[in-house]
Write a protein that binds this ligand. Sequence first.
Ligand SMILES: Cc1ncc(COP(=O)(O)O)c(C=O)c1O
Length: 352
Amino acid sequence: MIKIIQPVFGDEEKKAVSQIIESGQITRGEWTETFQQEFASYIGVERCYTVCSGTTALFIALRALGVDKGDRVVVPAMSFMATIDAVYLACGEPVVIDVDDYYTMDLNQLEDAVKKYSPKVVVPVHLYGGMADMEGIMYLSEKYGFYVVEDSAQAHGAVLNGKKAGAWGHVGAFSFYASKNVPMGEGGALTINDPEIAKKVKDLIDFGNSPAFNVRITEFQAAIGTLQLRRLEKNNRRRREIAKKYNEGFKEVAIIPPVREGSIHVYHLYTLRHPERDMIIQHLRDSGIDARVYYSYLLHEIRECDHLPTNTAERFREEVFSIPVHPALTDEEIDYVRERVLEVISSGKITT
Ligand SMILES: Cc1ncc(COP(=O)(O)O)c(C=O)c1O
């Protein structure tokens, strides 16, 4: 089976892990410090704090920004469920809105939702590795006075107008789960510029000043994350190269991944749209290719909450499917995937 996602580790990771074992310093050591510094500098923010998962990063961000019982938090309809679960865990009340043509938060609906619900925080998601309309969202944030937490779990290294995902909002929340563009196994981080918000985050994750959570990562995770981070640009370039090959093959027969003007996509997932996607997935799976739907649900369908009309997301949800795009793919595998997709779409069994 050609896997949909496959982290690649090298000798450097093996060496680092055994050095950590030999040193006895298995948590809160130099690797964690190094990772935090290198990630902050890579994203282009003042500070980075590691935590144990992306869900935790979102939860801590919302709590640090003051979300409490009944506070409204706006999220887009299309995302992994952790985006909305973090709002509930922080005791907030989510409001789900539609997506735009880029699978990210719809700006016009955001303004409607802000007028109706006066949210404390808005959480755009850079889905599949493509940037949300951060210029527009930050403009509305200034105009209406809400905080922005960027769910950047799928967008390590994605850029809009020269600024990276995680550097636009008041807080950036990242995941380093095994499948992500920077995998640690498990892990997460918050990226922050504002020193006051940073202090609130630290109070929640460092024992001492106030009741805190233990959300630390180990040195093993930090070492793997650091070494993976150093290869991120190269890996993202390879993802874009693969996406370009796919785009050339599929542009006439399916909706290829849209890329917002002025942005750089990092193809955490390569997601196509086609009305007959279930048949395509079946054919790919029969051919030994792991193709999947991210995600088969909309957030307000799996958790009961207020929402605005989500016509676009409802349509997209029926048509999206993702195929392997990770840097471990060989050229032969890429050609094989491309041919199998083209073969099923042009087989005459399905129509566009
Ligand atoms: C968009 C999005 N948000 C949040 C998360 C949660 O991250 P984690 O699995 O590290 O808790 C994920 C990852 O799985 C994700 O894809």
